[in-house]
Design a protein around this ligand. Sequence first.
Ligand code: ADP
Length: 321
Amino acid sequence: MHGYNNKKHMNLPYCFLWGSCYAYVSFYCAAFPKDTYKLRRLFQSKSYTTKNRMDISSINGRTMQKSTQFRIKKYILGVKKVIAIASGKGGVGKSTVAVNLAVTLAHLGYKVGLLDADIYGPSIPKMLGLSEKPEVNTNKKLIPLEAHGLKAMSIGFMIPEESPMIWRGPMVQGAFLQLLFEVEWGSLDVLILDMPPGTGDIQLTLAQQVHVDGAIIVSTPQDIALIDARKGLHMFQKVDVPVLGIIENMSTFECPHCHHTTPIFGHGGAQAQAKELDIFFLGAIPLDITLREGSDNGTPAVLTNEAIQAVYTQIAKKMMV
Ligand code: ADP
């Protein structure tokens, strides 16, 4: 009530001021009709200003988009190379590839870290057979867990397996950045990021805020997966993250009994796609039961199957060139 009265009192001088201005302008127009042209220009210039302001704001919008795009990207302390393993679609074997590549690189003598960036669906704990909770050091940084010669971090280490992550975008982005920067990675030759599928918040956060040396796209040879793989590829290209190459997963299936090979999801689709898009083709990984079993029992197949190990070693060497 009190505020309302005050406002009323405040409005009185404004009414008087605007009233006087209006009277002055009317008088001026009547007295000096030739100058009304100038006055119209004056008022028009006001509308120009508004238009200009709109233009400027839209330019600012674009500038802002650009400036966020070209925001200074942070390096992770002690980490020489960051490589994101991405896919346009879920279920094409991206996490399996990330885990087996990381273990292969560790066996080739590199100091390797593996970060599970799939906040909504972390699968690295299970695939590496890890279930402990990471500890915090005196610098209040999380200490990564170790398995098969590599350091690993996942939100899955901190939440029960069955708990769904009911988080909005900003929380997920915050958690992702914490897992990157608030972890005591020590000195690493390469940090492998197992990205969530698609082109969502995490991909954008990564591209805008983190220095990434390259992305690898995993796809099955199937058209439906390749369409999404292309989207992922274009996203990384748009945000200036170099795409190191494409891996075709579940390429062919060889019957363990008669050794007949069957291209269950097609064959060569990703290779053809790589050629068409002028992207390096890193290799084809077969559909193999040991890869599936290894993911489920926490012992990656590269540790138990020599043929699979050979395929992964070739890919790992190509990607580290
Ligand atoms: P994404 O990370 O793309 O969602 P996953 O890595 O979780 O996919 O793989 C999905 C399923 O497919 C898992 O059960 C995994 O064990 C299995 N899988 C992945 N790649 C292969 C492969 N080359 N051969 C057999 N099974 C595979």
